[in-house]
Design a protein around this ligand. Structure first.
Ligand code: ATP
Length: 595
């Protein structure tokens, strides 16, 4: 036998559940109340063009009351029951889709018919005193968020609605005027009707952003400062109107000061003039230093109005359109406002370079404009390339050191003697160099530690091979090389710093044994070093014909090896340290015995 049943609802529990789980931020109740007030003013304007809308927010600290009052349409008794007291019913939605007045339809915000529930997140009792046009008597609706509500005669004498919330103790902070003020400004700054707080004679909302009024650049700057608390370095008004992507607003670049409370990347998104949320995902991930304030009418809201449905085509379309807008903003700055762009680069150096690494168009526009720290101070890559020697068939190498890996005194001396400036880069800049070199024929980049081999020349005179072999007998890997400055007698390099092919390429001509060496160290531990003796150095020239059996010769060669290791800036293993110390001591002993 079949039977049917009806869901039983624990109404009070359901309301609390809905209210508390739908809204993550209790302050949204203020937004919902102002939004309802605004919608009712829009509906009244549609009927009575000359009426002057106003919304008042007040607090009664002693009675712990928060009051929002409007002079909009108000509600007749039937409306209260049918819309306010029916979860999911929305007169606003009905009007929005039925009115012939397109302007009014555009301005109406409510659609889900659940926003009023949020008042039960912050209130233990809510009363609505409302008088509608044509009603003789106001209606007073009262609810404690349970299944029952009461309806009685209200006291309102003028058309409109007064919502009074008896606050839960947890939300007494809303009785603090400045908290309330900033909450209203955050959500409702662009609501186009005046919102008055307490006895203020002036509205606390600006009612319009510069994009609503076709504002000047100064007005955009002023608004960004008002909202984000600091003067932006640059602003760009945006007005996107595409098939399924629309938005108006402003993009901005804020100073990077640590004292600034806001994150340099922030996007405040409004819809129909009401703030919805901060949504960084709408900005391209590479634009880490770009902020914005936008109104995006086509994005689809989630029911709590705390975010958008990100899988929808409109969301994706707007994200793409915004990426284009950010790109043109940055390119315009770089090309048309060099002084401002310089400021931006100074303050967001890594951010700009990261943007360029990630975005080809932006890269192409700024690759030759951006400066890098170098031994010569800030320098563009174009200037750098002009300064460095050209090898072979027009090849040039950009030498750089990573910030945390400073070059040794030896390496500096060698590049200095060749007049080659060294760039000081971070990891992002290293990626930038990679991209830069990939796009330019004959230009390569080398970290100084590994690339120094390119500046040494293998010694071709066979006499030097003998020196190398003699050193080999002492257990040292030594190569006779020619390099400036000539007063630098010896140079120690970590074998693993070499890229084998490059070393082989540049040195093979002069020293076949180097190839063997490189191949052998490739299999050894990373603390294998090669000692390069400078054949231009008079002391080394003196040592050329020595024999390992000559005690003095061997001591000097070992001491040179120790000296080269010490000044190479390499962190020595305990064993190496000991060997170096021993070599130095032997030299001193030798000096004393000779004396
Ligand atoms: N201040 C007000 N003046 C006149 N009518 C109101 C007022 N506040 C609420 N209402 C009525 O109650 C209905 C329900 O309000 P509620 O805030 O729950 O949803 P909504 O604003 O319609 O939609 P949403 O959930 O998207 O905000 C409104 O559509 C409107 O008809």
């Amino acid at each position: 036998m079949m039977s049917t049943g009806t869901f039983q609802v624990d109404f009070e529990h359901l309301i609390r559940l809905l209210a508390e789980n739908l809204y993550s931020d209790p302050h949204v109740a203020i937004r919902e109340l102002i939004q309802n007030a605004s919608d009712s003013c829009v509906r009244r304007i549609a009927q009575q063009a000359l009426f002057k809308p106003a919304i008042h927010v007040r607090i009664e600290p002693n009675q712990r009351l928060l009051i929002v009052e409007d002079n909009g349409t108000g509600m007749a008794r039937d409306d209260v029951v049918r819309y306010l007291a029916t979860i999911g019913a929305s007169q606003t939605r009905q009007v929005k889709f039925s009115t012939a007045d397109q302007n009014a339809a555009q301005m109406l915000i409510g659609q889900f018919g659940i926003g009023f529930l949020s008042t039960f997140v912050i209130g233990q009792q809510v009363t609505v005193d409302t008088l509608a046009e044509g009603s003789e008597q106001a209606v007073l609706w009262r609810s404690q968020g349970s299944a029952d509500y009461s309806l009685e005669l209200g006291t309102r004498q003028t058309i409109g609605t007064t919502v009074t919330i008896e606050l839960e103790p947890a939300f007494y902070n809303l009785l603090d005027e400045s908290t309330l003020r900033s909450t209203i400004i955050c959500y409702a700054d662009f609501i186009q009707f005046p919102v008055y707080l307490g006895d203020d004679a002036r509205p606390i909302n600006r009612m319009n952003g510069p994009w609503h009024l076709d504002g000047s650049e100064h007005e955009y700057i002023d608004y960004v400062q008002h909202r984000f608390g600091a003067v932006p370095l640059a602003v760009e008004p945006i007005a996107i109107k595409q098939h399924n992507a629309e938005c108006s607003g402003v993009l901005a670049i804020m100073p990077s000061s640590a004292a600034l409370k806001i994150h340099p990347r922030k996007l405040d998104v409004f819809q129909r003039r009401m703030y919805v949320c901060e949504d960084m995902q709408l900005l391209p991930a590479w634009a880490t230093f770009v902020c914005g304030i936008i109104d995006a009418p086509l994005l689809e809201l989630v029911a709590s109005r705390e975010g958008f449905m990100i899988e929808r085509p409109n969301y994706r379309a707007l994200r793409e359109a915004l990426a284009d807008a950010v790109r043109s903003f940055l390119i315009r700055l770089a090309q048309r406002e060099p002084a401002t762009f310089l400021q931006v680069v100074k303050q967001h150096n890594s951010g700009i370079k990261q943007a360029a690494v990630n975005d080809n168009q932006f890269f192409a526009a700024v690759a030759d404009l951006l400066t890098f720290e170098s031994d010569l101070g800030p320098i563009t890559l174009t200037r750098y390339l002009e300064r460095i020697p050209v090898r072979g068939a027009g090849e040039r190498t950009i030498f750089y050191v990573l910030n945390d890996l400073p070059p040794s005194a030896q390496q500096r001396a060698i590049v200095g003697a060749r007049g080659v400036p060294v760039l000081h880069v971070n990891l992002i800049e290293e990626k930038f160099l990679k991209k830069y070199c990939a796009a330019r024929h004959g230009v390569s980049f080398q970290p100084l530690t590994a690339g120094i081999a390119e500046l040494l020349e293998a010694e071709t005179d066979p006499q030097w091979r003998k020196l190398e072999q003699h050193c080999e007998q002492l257990g040292m890997h030594v190569y006779a090389m020619r390099f400036e400055p000539s007063n630098l007698a010896a140079l120690a390099m970590r074998a693993s710093d070499y890229k084998r092919e490059q070393v082989v390429d540049s040195l093979l001509k002069g020293s076949g044994s180097l190839l063997n060496f490189v191949q052998s160290v490739g299999r050894k531990r990373s603390d294998d070093y090669v000692l390069c003796l400078n054949t231009l150095n008079p002391l080394i020239q003196q040592l050329r014909d020595g024999q390992p059996s000559d005690q003095r010769w061997a001591t000097v060669i070992r001491a040179l090896w120790g000296y080269a290791l010490l000044s190479s800036g390499i962190e020595l293993t305990p064993e190496l340290g000991e060997a170096v110390q021993h070599a130095q001591m032997s030299l001193l002993e030798l000096a004393l015995t000779q004396g």
